[in-house]
Design a protein around this ligand. Structure first.
Ligand SMILES: Nc1ncnc2c1ncn2[C@@H]1O[C@H](COP(=O)(O)OP(=O)(O)OP(=O)(O)O)[C@@H](O)[C@H]1O
Ligand SMILES: [Mg+2]
Length: 401
């Protein structure tokens, strides 16, 4: 029995079936090799972590060390410092293993000492760290960033910081951002930081504003939806090689379009279909195709509704109006503000501000649009009952065949 190649509920590891993203992988590999700091921004569940897993896998095969930290688990400077400390320890372990592997060829002479905190041997680190949290963090960061230098150029190191925008939440005064920047600025050619985040509004302020710490010192890279053609060959290829079945291309395109190219929803859909088809041993009737999509849509509609229930009513109203009229070029026009919404300018202004800050909408040259394709879908079916959603799906996949 072939294993389900559509991985859900967790990031895709290196070596597991991963759809495309070839240009992004190449771009990031190139960035790593020239020590170019990159900030990867995307909507939630678009595949940032999975993408970085592919890049790190390739770099590790080429002899790199990597270190990853998820800053969404850090709620204070202290907890973040501890995370970095833990990362430094594990890095030290990996380094040791690498050194042992290199023993015969390496000229590195690590200074073996004993870490007073853990009584474990430590290589070349001075563990008399400063007591002040910020100083301590800086000290540890410098140790991490300087590792390739201390290895006399034997080690290349890529550091991935997930949900990087959290440092602004931990320290709205931005001192932390300047601290990171100052350490990153001192990096040598064998160290590269990749910064990941899903809160676009915050990240934009951190890297695109001229007065921000990372302006021009980090390259922004936005992850878009998966290309349709790539999804078609990914799905078609796996169903054929794994189950010996030809999935009609039009169906794959129909599903792709319903979910607006959202990688998470698409992979989830095909994972479910795979299980059903594998069990029955044949291509399922169209009703099954529809049922699976309806279940996912209902689930995601609940998800977005729960998330949006904390938005002010005015903002929700504007969100729905934008979804129905996007792209909205002239928000404060009589037609949109008065006729469509019946709102005063002040309330509309504050609603837009909330929606932008919450990453619900974004500005494009064509006007305001809904940020997340799955949210767009959830809004489009918000008034429909299950039967009507089934027709909505059927029309799109039947036409696409
Ligand atoms: N290139 C891809 N090919 C196939 N499936 C993908 C791809 N990228 C993402 N996915 C699907 O999307 C899901 C979410 O991916 P991942 O966890 O990497 O996203 P993320 O952007 O890091 O999410 P979060 O915002 O929650 O951290 C995966 O479990 C997988 O099902
Ligand atoms: Mg992630």
């Amino acid at each position: 029995m072939a294993q389900n190649p559509f991985i859900v509920q967790r990031p895709i590891k290196y070596g597991e079936p991963f759809c495309n993203r070839t240009p992004e992988i190449q771009r990031l590999e190139k960035a790593a090799n020239r020590s170019e700091a990159v900030c990867i921004l995307s909507i939630r569940r678009f595949g940032k972590t999975s993408l970085v897993n592919q890049v790190l896998g390739r770099l590790e095969e080429a002899g790199w060390l990597s270190i990853r930290l998820d800053l969404s688990r850090c709620f204070s400077l202290r907890s973040m410092t501890r995370e970095f400390e833990r990362a430094l320890f594990s890095l030290e372990g990996n380094w040791r293993r690498l050194l042992e592997g290199l023993k015969t060829v390496s000229r590195i002479r690590p200074q073996l000492g004993i870490d007073p905190l853990t009584s474990q041997p430590s290589i070349g680190f001075d563990f008399s760290r400063p007591a002040d949290d910020a100083e301590r963090l800086k000290y540890i960061l410098e140790k991490i960033v300087g590792l390739p230098e201390r290895s006399e150029g034997k080690i290349h190191l890529c550091m991935v910081l997930d949900e990087f925008q959290n440092i602004r939440k931990i320290d709205p005064k931005k001192d932390l951002e300047w601290l990171f920047r100052s350490v990153f600025q001192e990096r040598g050619p064998l160290f590269v930081p990749f910064l990941l985040g899903s809160e676009r509004h915050l990240l934009d302020m951190m890297i695109r504003e001229e007065s921000s710490a990372f302006f021009k010192s980090v390259t922004p890279m936005t992850l878009e939806v998966l290309p349709e053609m790539e999804v078609v060959s990914f799905v078609k290829g796996h169903f054929f090689s794994g189950l010996g079945l030809e999935v009609p291309e039009g169906r794959i395109r129909g599903i792709y379009r319903i979910f607006g190219g959202h990688p998470f929803a698409i992979n989830w859909y095909w994972a479910e279909m795979w299980d059903l088809v594998e069990r029955s041993g044949k291509m399922e009737p169209v009703d099954t195709w529809v049922d699976v999509a309806v279940r996912i849509i209902l689930n995601q509609r609940d998800y977005y509704e729960a998330m949006n229930s904390r938005l002010p009513l005015g903002a929700r109203k504007v969100l729905f109006a934008i979804a129905a009229n996007e792209p909205v070029k002239r928000v404060f026009s009589r037609k949109f503000m008065v006729e469509t919404l019946g709102m005063a300018q002040g309330s509309l202004q504050s609603a837009i501000k909330v929606l932008l800050e919450e990453d619900k909408i974004r500005k494009t040259p064509q006007g305001l649009v809904i940020n997340d394709p799955l949210e767009r879908l959830s809004i489009a079916v918000s008034e429909l009952d299950e039967e009507a959603i089934a027709s909505f799906v059927r029309e799109r996949i039947d036409v696409a065949v």
